[in-house]
Design a protein around this ligand. Structure first.
Ligand code: NAD
Length: 323
């Protein structure tokens, strides 16, 4: 069963996933307040929504409390996405990342509690760390280094899950947790260090594709429309989570590089750079729970999703100077 919402607050709504979520909710008739401090998101991601009567953009840091005020009416969905999400971003802002997951989550839960709203936490497959069980079901408890450079993100999300679960138990809040696996699509930043924008930027510029390590490590990529569909199905389901939202088709990083190279067709060479610290070897969701409990599974084929993403990036590439 999918419930529709009348009034949603999306923290991190000007980011990659958040902007698509704002767009989908608006299209279904939900009024949307997008809260963002633009630390990794961009105004241009939501610029096309600014004229919509149901859309409001508020520049705000979620580590400070916020409420739309009585005049704005009751909020019935709070989706907490505000957090650095790419390694480039959380390596450069480690403390802010921990605070978005800790104080930011508590503030977003407080907002949901005051309004009696459904609360959706955008958690991550990173809570599984470098997994020793494969594929990863929600019951897997993870293999995380609590002090390594990635810990600021992984542990912030694990804390956010604990805080969300405690609010459910202690205050009876209607909460849910989505464990989102790698997602790609239009509006990713070309410089955010994630695999698809990095390979696409290189392939479209005819430069070598830089595969980290051997390239034998695996990833499972979900197209953004599918991920947002999963978040909405979970939000509307009444399920407490956590529920994995991702695409279970696992491929090696080298295979992704080759697929992108073939799609762009400029014949770039494939090179190698050192693997990042704590880079997981394998990452693949078990989505049995999502299929059975919220009736969701991804639909977009990799070739189709990559073609849509490549077209979006190509339209925004700087035009080469003919001189
Ligand atoms: P993103 O960086 O594009 O979006 C995050 C947004 O949060 C940005 O707009 C940023 O400006 C905002 N933000 C960060 N700190 C904030 C703060 N203190 N106050 C207000 N706004 C703040 O990243 P994304 O890929 O869209 O990820 C969105 C959410 O989904 C994150 O919580 C991330 O952990 C989760 N997630 C994403 C993926 C993925 O593959 N994209 C995978 C797993 C989990």
């Amino acid at each position: 069963m999918t419930t529709s919402f009348t009034h949603a607050v999306i923290t991190g709504g000007a980011g990659f996933l958040g902007s698509h979520l704002c767009e989908r909710l608006l299209a279904s008739g939900t009024r949307v307040i997008c809260l963002d401090d633009f630390s990794s998101g961009r105004r241009e991601n939501v610029a096309h929504l600014l004229g919509e009567p149901g859309f409001r953009l508020v520049e705000h840091d979620v580590t400070e409390p916020w409420d739309p005020g009585r005049g704005a009416g009751r909020v019935d969905l709070v989706a907490h996405l505000a957090s650095a999400a790419s390694p480039v971003d959380y390596f450069s802002r480690p403390i802010a990342t921990l605070r978005a997951g800790s104080q930011g989550t508590e503030n977003a839960l407080g907002l949901a509690g005051r309004h009696g709203a459904r609360f959706l936490l955008a958690s991550t497959s990173e809570v599984y760390g470098d997994p020793q069980e494969h594929p990863q079901p929600e019951s897997y408890r993870g293999h995380v280094d609590p002090i390594g450079p990635r810990s600021v993100y992984d542990e912030a999300k694990r804390y956010a899950e604990a805080m969300t679960s405690a609010h459910r138990r202690e205050y009876g809040l209607d909460t849910t947790i989505a464990r989102i696996f790698n997602t790609y699509g239009p509006r990713m930043r070309p410089d955010d260090g994630r695999m698809v924008p990095a390979f696409l930027g290189q392939a479209l510029a005819g430069k070598p594709l830089t595969v980290a390590g051997t390239g034998e490590q695996t990833r499972s990529l979900c197209y953004v429309d599918d991920t947002v569909g999963g978040l909405l199905a979970l939000a509307g389901s009444g399920h407490p989570g956590p529920v994995n939202i991702g695409n279970p088709q696992e491929r090696s990083v080298r295979e992704f590089a080759e697929a992108i190279n073939d799609l762009v067709g400029l014949g770039s060479p494939i090179g190698h750079v050192p693997a990042a610290v704590d880079d997981p070897c394998r990452r693949c969701p078990d989505i049995t729970l999502a299929r059975e409990q919220i009736g969701w599974e991804p639909e977009v084929e990799l070739s189709d999703g990559l073609a849509r993403t490549s077209a979006w990036f190509a339209a925004r590439m700087p035009v080469a100077d003919p001189a």
